[in-house]
Design a binder for this molecule. Structure first.
Ligand code: NAD
Length: 483
């Protein structure tokens, strides 16, 4: 796509009120596979952010008054443009984020699916009439857009985390200010460019790029014109933003970190469990929030599972995401590599058995060799901290209750997985897991059709499905009297 080609290596502007804004300074966006700078992007600050909020605020009344079929058609056109430019968007995503091209294409499809879904769902944003408490009164419940939405998103899914918020927000009649992750602003800007091409009016969608997120975040969380902050990212940053939002009592949605358990019971189909394990653990080099962090495997099946998993993990091809056949790309930055190495070293120093991997890969300093650790115990850092890398630590358990207790023994509650065949065990386990999402004999669960989100310190609110639309609406109760 020509506009993407032009951007690379040049100063890419941000989007404020329908205008492309360059800013006084720029910051570099690097390719994590090579360390090369692929583009420079506008460095915006507090003043620019206030302008973006003002633009969204001013665009709000017209957008919400636009007939729903028209809003829906514009979103549908945005979906089509993203789909038409899928190859270019995927390549851009691989360049700035590192994920293998096939996964990047998958993310474009997944990201676009939210726009397609919410373009339709907008038409079903219904209110209610309720039985009245007086003969001369009628009770109505109107469902209205919440207003200006700030969407603050992470680098691991540079497109889907944006569309999962913006599509329902725009569908509901809200306007948005996006603050993409500093590592991956290009995909966000390309998506916004296509939104304008699709005909979304100036100011309905704004993108504020910044390498110092706190300054922009301060405005987005304290400006009273912003009525909802929808954040996806780490739990510490989410807690900080929640606290900041308290000053103006904003609605919030927090999609935060996880510590996903993946339980394999004795009666599981071990080959299916290994397939699920590979999909759940090694997608995006282990950098997904719903990624398995801990494998909990029952005694009777433990050795078979570890041996089959190790065999499959050894075969995973590591390399630049643009190279043919790569399935494990680089980690996002050096700090990520250091954290993964620390988790492996800590486990091994406390007696874990290294089955494969365990160190950086010859492909480059940002690449970590897919790793399996056996005989892992709950004293090790991998038990409590989100590793966010291609490391599969395998814990052992004997009784079902022990697995449930281990699985729930975390402040997080995003996704959990388990493999079993006995139907009583399946029901008991499904109900006992304190998680927002559970995969039963399934390692990949994300879809625009279902509510995505966590409990406990993994967050507040849901994205996707009709619940995802409700998040961007307010109820207004109207009592019509004197009839
Ligand atoms: P992060 O919290 O460091 O950053 C997320 C976003 O917040 C980025 O845009 C960043 O610039 C911004 N940010 C950071 N400090 C800020 C501040 N003070 N004010 C305003 N914005 C600020 O997270 P990350 O490293 O980009 O992403 C990885 C984390 O995200 C992991 O913990 C992962 O589990 C989580 N995640 C969760 C989900 C989910 O749906 N639950 C999805 C993807 C990622």
């Amino acid at each position: 796509m020509s506009f993407i080609e032009q951007w690379l290596h040049e100063a890419v502007p941000a989007l404020v009120g329908g205008e492309w804004r360059t800013g006084k300074e720029t910051f570099a966006v690097d390719n994590p596979a090579t360390g090369e700078t692929i583009a420079r992007v506008a460095e915006l600050g507090a003043e620019d952010t206030r302008d973006a909020v003002a633009a969204a605020y001013e665009a709000g009344p017209t957008w919400r008054a636009t007939p729903v079929k028209q809003r829906s058609a514009l979103l549908r056109r945005w979906f089509e443009l993203i789909t038409e430019h899928a190859d270019d968007l995927a390549r851009l995503m691989t360049l700035e984020q590192g994920k293998p091209l096939a996964e990047a294409k998958g993310e474009v499809t997944y990201g676009a699916s939210f726009i397609e879904f919410f373009a339709e769902e907008a038409k079903r944003m219904a209110g209610e009439t309720l039985p009245s408490h007086g003969a001369d009164k009628r009770l109505l419940v109107l469902r209205e857009p919440v207003g200006v939405v700030a969407a603050i998103t992470p680098w691991n899914f540079p497109l889907a985390m944006i569309t999962r918020k913006c599509a329902p927000a725009l569908a509901a009649g809200c306007t948005v200010v996006i603050k993409p992750a500093e590592a991956t602003p290009l995909t966000a800007l390309a998506a916004a460019y296509l939104a304008l091409e699709a005909g979304l009016p100036a100011g309905t969608i704004n993108v504020v790029t910044a390498s110092k997120p706190a300054e922009v975040g301060e405005v987005l969380t304290t400006d009273s014109r912003v009525r909802k902050v929808s954040f996806t990212g780490s739990t510490p940053v989410g807690k900080r933003l929640l606290a900041q939002c308290a000053s103006t009592v904003k609605k919030t949605a927090m999609e935060l970190g996880g510590n996903a358990p993946f339980i394999v019971f004795d009666d599981a189909d071990v080959d299916a469990a290994v397939d699920g394990a590979i999909a759940s653990k090694f997608r995006n080099a282990g950098q997904t929030c719903v990624c398995t962090n801990r494998f909990l495997v029952q005694d009777g099946i433990y050795d078979a599972f570890v041996s089959k998993l190790t065999e499959r993990v050894k075969a995973l091809k590591v390399g630049d995401g643009l190279a043919d056949g790569s399935v494990i790309g680089p980690l996002i930055n050096q700090a990520a590599v250091d954290k993964v190495q620390r988790h492996v070293d800590d486990a091994m120093s406390q007696g874990a058995r290294l089955m494969c991997g365990g160190e950086t890969h010859a492909a480059g300093e940002r690449f970590f060799t897919p790793t399996v650790l056996a005989d892992v115990t709950t004293q090790m850092a991998v038990a409590d901290e989100e590793t966010f890398g291609p490391v599969a630590p395998v814990f052992r358990f004997k009784q079902d209750e022990e697995a449930i207790q281990m699985a729930n023994d975390t402040p997080f509650g995003l996704a959990a997985y388990f493999y079993a065949t006995d139907y009583r065990r399946i029901w008991r386990t499904m109900e006992a897991l304190e998680y927002g999402m559970v995969g039963v004999n399934e390692g990949l669960i994300s879809t625009e059709l279902a509510p995505f989100g966590g409990v406990k310190e993994s967050g507040l609110g849901r994205e996707g499905s009709h619940h995802g639309l409700d998040e961007f609406t307010e109820l207004k109760y109207v009592c019509v009297g004197g009839l």
